[in-house]
Design a protein around this ligand. Sequence first.
Ligand SMILES: [Mg+2]
Length: 266
Amino acid sequence: MSLPPPLAEAVGSFAALPRVLVATDFDGALAPLVLDPDDSRPVEGGMESLRAIADLPGTTVALVSGRALEPLRALSGATDPLLLVGSHGAEDSRHPDGLALDEEQRALLETLDGDLRAVVERHPGTRIEEKPAGRVLHTRGLDPQAGAAALESARALGERHPALVVTPGKEVVELAVAHVGKGTALVALADELGVDAVFYAGDDLTDEQGFAALADDPDRERAGRRLTVRVGDGETSAQFRVPDERALVEVFRAIEAARREQRPAE
Ligand SMILES: [Mg+2]
């Protein structure tokens, strides 16, 4: 199967660069969507192709997913040197504890834990949900007045700690120590790796955030060399579109073949 000529040409230019990041969403891009998310598996040939790309010099491969890190690892079967970015960027397989947080953010998370425990003590019946980069205070089941008072206490923590990202919801307040999202994660990873360009493929709204962030990459040269692919239907800001997961594997194969051909000396 051959790619449409414009996509084939873009793959050729991308593959010729010294250092590249090849990243993809998992569900709906690499793995067909299924009724039970626990039954999700990569499409035939997908992981083999990504492993082959990851073995090439100057080439990093990453799976970027909204799933938590461990299920992503188990379902994909990914092993080193493939990188895993989970929970929309809050988790990263390169960190020993899986958390993609710097020291300041880790310290803030600890402080937040203490402050929230105090909120729960003052407002009996509230509960704390732990997320990789933050905490959520839940007030469901409380009478409305008690609930509102508890939520106000949690929101006030955002004033005490301005670095917290506060997201109020219905009977919840989420307090996060880091702005996460696939876009933020992709650009941060590209910076860290010092790559010349990023390939990213995905099928959903959160991936659109990735496509947009790569287009708005503060490194304007890198932005101009990006290669973004939407898998399946739906409005998109990606540069290219493929119909399904199998077609994405063809793109991976083309990247691998072009890179072997164009950068054989390394
Ligand atoms: Mg998806």
